[in-house]
Design a protein around this ligand. Structure first.
Ligand code: FUB
Length: 323
């Protein structure tokens, strides 16, 4: 009996030690996926990526959950084109929000080229992070170009004062717009304007993101072409979600020894220990198929002045990190 107890204790201790030293690898899960959206829901890490395939095959989104950033569970087809009546192809770039016990999934669809085409940014809703998500409005939330921004690549930002903002835009222009509290539309700000352009520099291309840290608004985005090696991430810091934002510099880019085209990212912020992780996609070394994009996670840190320290992309990824 005593020997059995000792044995059980040893096995338990070994399992715990292994869990503590577990390490992710990059990519963090198999498959061609891009534009990863990072969210923390129900005390778990979640990643919602674009299915990286030809536009006609981008008809569903899978999601991935984890308790430690190392072991990931796949949730298949959490949002399907069949559940979005107006979507026909090219479903891209999830952005997630939790509000009043519901989960909201913003996305782009149809890759519209002008205001006559049907498509743009839509929103779907579910009772659980793993879906199934269903289209909320029966039409796009943003269905036209404003300030030159193609309505793609949404990001949802919840400010401390309770306001919800949608930041989005491709074709080298970024807009910020205030959302109605039920996400059924957009509202004008007191100056009467609805679509505020916050394009920070001529290098801006797409994939915007915002977070607040120590009272400052960090605006991040992707530069370069997403199919090529130079895709990368840069950032600015401002005093309001409406800007102005002035480019500070690049913080994520290819490493010719590790991978190329590192970009279109999002971040996990773990409040418990104020740690930050950057979640992004990149191409495997030597692979020139633009859709061969894989999701990776590396550490993101700040210097004493609050600037983001350029990220070292790795093959090893990050150690296990409990929430
Ligand atoms: O595959 C989808 C598209 O790729 C995104 O919306 C772009 O930002 C690029 O990452």
């Amino acid at each position: 009996m005593r020997i059995r107890n000792v044995l059980v204790q040893t096995i338990l201790a070994t399992a715990l030690a292994l869990a503590a030293t577990a390490h992710a690898e990059n990519p963090v899960f198999p498959g061609w996926y891009a534009d990863p959206e990072a969210a923390i829901f129900q005390n778990q890490y979640w990643i919602y990526p674009t299915t990286s395939a030809r536009y006609g095959e981008q008809t569903y989104f899978d999601a991935f959950s984890s308790t430690d950033l190392v072991h990931w569970t796949k949730h298949e087809s959490v949002l399907r084109m069949a559940d979005v009546p107006w979507a026909k192809k090219a479903m891209w770039a999830p952005a997630m929000a939790e509000k009043d016990g519901k989960y909201y999934f913003f996305f782009a669809a149809n890759d519209i080229q002008n205001d006559k085409a049907l498509g743009g940014i839509g929103v779907a809703v579910a009772d659980r992070p793993e879906g199934p998500f269903k289209d909320l409005l029966g039409r796009p939330l943003i269905d036209a170009f404003h300030n030159g921004a193609q309505p793609i690549d949404p990001f949802v930002f919840h400010d401390d004062d309770g306001s919800w903002y949608l930041i989005y835009g491709g074709w080298k222009h970024a807009n910020v717009v205030k959302l109605k509290p039920d996400f059924s539309g957009v509202v004008a700000t007191p100056d009467g304007k609805t679509y505020h352009e916050i394009t920070p520099s001529p290098q801006y291309v797409e994939g915007p993101l915002m977070f607040k840290r120590n009272g400052k608004y960090y605006f991040m985005w992707s530069e370069g072409g997403w199919t090529g090696p130079d895709y990368s991430v840069a950032y600015a810091i401002g005093d309001s979600p409406m800007g102005p934002f002035k480019r500070i510099g690049k913080i994520l880019q290819q490493d010719p020894k590790i991978g190329t085209g590192a970009g279109h990212h999002s971040v996990f912020h773990v409040a418990r220990d104020d740690s930050w992780f950057i979640v992004y996609h990149r191409h495997p070394l030597g692979d020139t198929d633009g859709n061969h994009r894989e999701v990776c996670i590396d550490r993101m840190t700040f210097d004493a002045q609050g600037h983001i320290v350029p990220v070292q992309i790795t093959r090893e990824g990050v150690p296990a990190h409990a929430l």
